[in-house]
Design a binder for this molecule. Structure first.
Ligand code: ATP
Length: 414
């Protein structure tokens, strides 16, 4: 008879081990430090625009752009918090409402959230949108006050239409006492192209651009956070410079750098190492990259998954290192669709899907000239092949393709 191993004190034993972390939470994206480094210009510019609220005037609407991890959210929230703090000191009514449009991504939910913020009872579904908007207006117009609405990741909201932004941008004409202004935050520089020109000009009364951090600036940000996150003497000398270098290579992304610093520590801790070393950072970099790819690939639509799978199959056809042409890719894609009974898209549409994969950083397509045969695109994979293949085959619609290589490829390439 197999005797169950005694698990007494399972968690106690784990907890007894000395942690290398002092406070891991400060490395999470949700944590905003009290002092934001290398962002004085942006903080001052935003404060200069918002200070009107403290004079009872309506601040201009602002659009904030910058690549991911450049401190847009951190700066906006920080300045918003300061504004509320000073307004309280001066007994001026001023509220800053933060909305993440990736989570609250419909017009109704946005308005319902705004109304609820001001203690209006509005259900999260079911009412006509106009009625919710009316409730919000009534709620805020009960007294003299300035409301600043921060719409983070605003590009996610307008995917479902820009009516709500149009209405919000005109709301001040209907209000007697309250004043509303909006701050839109986005890492997509082009999203305003899809906006109604009136909304575009109203939202973009002021624009702020957040440039990427360089390696030195990221290093400073990491040092500030590492002091709070790790116990003294735990970090090897090369850990911060390496995290900063990796993140700067990407595009100066502070979030990526902080993730690297945290995951490196987690890897070291799991192995009961007393110190975080360079090798842990390298492994963390690999792990984060794979996690990212897995997430992006997993959420692709089926047709894009088929395009990607055909590239992987061609890449594995035995002539390693040779790039795949669009013609070859389309040929295999068609066979895959046929095999699992999925509609076959036109070559043009498939080329578009491939360009999307290129934009996501999953493949790299370059145009090459074939002399008098014209031009074609050569595609190479920018992601680890085996991991990607595994994730693709997790999709139940693609599962029957597991054996595809054996049955069709032998015929095609023999
Ligand atoms: N100047 C800074 N000083 C200290 N920490 C910073 C600074 N800039 C960014 N960070 C930290 O980096 C992480 C990412 O920053 P933030 O969320 O503000 O980036 P973002 O530009 O809004 O990115 P995204 O567009 O992806 O939302 C956060 O943990 C934030 O606290």
């Amino acid at each position: 008879m197999i005797k169950a191993q005694s698990l007494d004190g399972l968690f106690e034993k784990l907890l007894d081990g000395k942690s290398i972390f002092k406070n891991k939470e400060v490395l999470r994206p949700s944590y905003t430090p009290d002092l934001l480094l290398h962002r004085n210009d942006q903080i001052n510019s935003l404060a200069t625009i918002l200070v009107s609220a403290l004079r009872g005037e309506t601040p201009s609407n602002v659009l904030i752009y910058g690549k991911t991890g450049t401190g847009k959210t951190a700066v906006t929230r920080y300045v918003g918090k300061e504004l509320e703090r000073v307004s309280e000191d001066k007994s001026i009514f001023c509220s800053v409402v933060y909305i993440n449009c990736e989570v609250i991504d419909t017009q109704y939910r946005l308005l319902a959230n705004l109304a609820r913020h001001f203690e209006e009872e509005v259900p999260m579904t079911g009412w006509p949108t106009d009625q919710v908007f009316m409730k919000f207006k009534e709620a805020i117009d009960s007294r003299e006050q300035v409301i600043i609405i921060i719409l983070d990741e605003i590009d996610k909201l307008i995917k479902k239409g820009d009516d709500v932004l149009y209405n919000l941008s005109r709301i001040n004409t209907d209000l007697r006492k309250a004043k509303v202004s909006m701050i839109g935050v986005s890492n997509d520089l082009k999203f305003t192209e899809f906006l109604d020109p009136r909304v575009k000009s109203s939202l973009g009364e002021e624009e702020l651009i957040f440039p990427p951090y360089d390696a030195e600036q990221i290093s400073d940000i990491l040092k500030q956070r590492a002091k709070m996150a790790y116990n003294d003497g735990v970090l090897g000398e090369m850990v911060i410079p390496l995290c900063a270098a990796f993140a700067a290579q990407e595009h100066g992304d502070a979030r990526r750098a902080l993730d690297l610093l945290r995951v490196s520590g987690e890897i070291a801790e799991r192995e009961n190492q007393p110190q975080v070393l360079e090798e842990h950072v390298r492994r963390a970099q690999e792990k984060i990259e794979i996690d990212r790819v897995v997430e992006v690939v997993r959420t692709l639509p089926t047709q894009s998954k088929l395009v990607l799978y055909s590239i992987i199959l061609l890449r594995n056809r035995g002539r390693e290192g040779k790039n795949v042409t669009t013609g070859e890719m389309y040929n295999v894609y068609r066979q895959l669709c046929h095999h699992i009974d999925v509609d076959i898209l036109t070559q043009r549409r498939v080329t578009d899907l491939m360009s999307e994969l290129d934009m996501l950083g999953i493949v790299n397509a370059v145009v090459v000239s074939k002399g008098r045969y014209g031009r074609t695109k050569e595609i190479s994979l920018s992601v680890p092949v085996e991991n990607t293949r595994k994730v693709l085959l997790e999709d139940y619609r693609l599962k029957p393709l597991v054996d595809f290589k054996a049955s069709v490829f032998n015929k095609m390439f023999s």
